[in-house]
Design a protein around this ligand. Sequence first.
Ligand code: GCU
Length: 655
Amino acid sequence: MTGDVHPAWLPPEALRAVGSRRVLIQGGGLLVDTVRAELSRACGRFGGTVGGDGPFDLVLKLSNGRRPPDPDVFVLSRDAGVTVVRADEPAGLLYGFFHVVRLGEAAFDGAFPPRPHRPAIRRRMVQHWDNVDVHPVMGQVERGYAGGSVFWHDGALRADLSRVTAYARLLASCGVNALCVNNVNVHATEARLLTGRLGDVAAIADLLRPYGIRVHLSVSFAAPAVDLGTADPLDPRVAAWWADTTRRVYATIPDFGGYVVKADSEGQPGPFADGRSHADGANALAAALAPHGGVVHWRAFVYNHRQDWRDRGTDRARAAHDHFVPLDGAFGDNVILQVKHGPIDFQTREPVSPLIAAMPATRVAVEVQATQEYTGQQRHVCYLGPMWSEVLGFAPWGSEGPPVAGLAAGLVAVSNVGDDPFWTGHPLAQANLYAFGRLAWDPRLDPVAVLDEWIDLTFGPGATADPRLLRATLHAVMDDSWRTYERYTAPLGVGFMVRPGHHYGPDVDGYEYTPWGTYHFADRDGVGVDRTRATGTGFAGQYPPAWSRVYESVHDCPDELLLFFHHVPYGHVLHDGGTVIQHIYDTHFEGVEAVGAMRDRWSALPAGLVDPALAARVAERLDEQLRSAVEWRDQINAYFFRKSGVRDAHGRRIH
Ligand code: GCU
């Protein structure tokens, strides 16, 4: 710990390799000054030098040669003992600098030819579900598991924003270049950020700017109604209101990124109120932003949250595709349709949303949830890199076609950060934020290799007495933790067996007879949702043929999604030869055993190998994870045993 905040993956030690070199920086401007300040600090600590006559070990230069410049790109090379980072634009230099930090000593070893590094995804954004006021139900941060907001406290901007600078640095170091400062559910106080409280947003923007991060704001679609009594997007007065308001925003924050909008979704206002389409709605805001270079992130999370559970024809999974595909081509160029990675809602296992591939004439951003609402709420270890890597690598048209990463103009993570001393509540959840940035930059990275980067930076040589033991332990605890979590919570693609409201812990029927549209349909004979075209809701037909065929077939459907697409008898045989019911029992017993093993591995670490406060926090959370996993196992196994009457083939105890 430095002070009372953990340095996460940028402890001073992580900059030892660059800090002990003779460095030359060529170029000027705000971001280059950031790099210069970083290097001066590191060199002051580790004996290197910045500037002077040379010779140099590391040269960072802004070449400004190519037109048009490629904003985030840098070229890294090493020849004749000199490592060179060259970039067209300051942001490229910043990313190049952090890449050299990540490489450590390897950046100064041997020779390597020039290699351009270019992000696969242009917009790499974190969105905070932070409220300015403490919300009576959701608190300061909606679905936040890491304490209060780093920006807001009790109705006001925090007086001490020093953590925001530290946060911006962490984000830039893994490639994030945009941030939204408030919750997509825009309540009364937060609505005023756009108007009377713009100064608060500008103060945050000032701290993010040196790290190349543009600020965005969640706005209420109904904002103009306060002044005009209407928010009808086709009313010229409404258009003028957005134009005026947006002009003021840019006068205060010239590099403002744009708006994020949750409309006609879970009670938020939207264009449906005036009989307008979502394209009409999004375009009204987009037109106001266009002259200033801003964008609207328009969320596709639109579904009926007041459905009748008796109605088997309505399927929440279908909703986004049903609403938005007819509008493809109707959105302005600066509208980015923001689509959750799965068709429902950040469950532990969902198929990739078919909407991502169904909007060829629309820019699409994919939204993931770093905050672990449905994946253990930062009390359970759940490294999400492997999940996101699967999503980004999914090829909707089959292996001949592009993967999701090739279709996405943006990748968005709902942030998992708060004012907790470890940033993320669970210290190991820091790796999720890091992996998000890295995978957005290069989706082909192996998530386990990304974990190695994170381990090296966070606990690298010098920071621990036995790096090999620590690395082995962290891999044992984290590599497979998402699949372990799936084993004890979400068999074969069934989701939402969580406690309603807060979503922590098991409640198999908690949502079964509710209006939210998330059901498993377990009865005495079987379980799962029939989403086939032949006999079900037809959701499987929303995919291009390559996957539609696979998901439609009960035989070809991958086991991990079987119950998402099919209602099958408990005796249905899976690809591995076991039955559905036995799979449920086995995975729940195995999941608990795996958590027990994770806890044992961690507690076997010799004292002092990592910061004692961090070790204790992880240990305490692993105890809770084990307690909770046992509860999940026992409730789910008992539930399905009582429904099916089928005994466990191994005679284990089911209550
Ligand atoms: C989930 C989550 C809400 C959130 C919503 C959204 O349903 O529980 O808190 O507002 O997603 O993404 O808008």
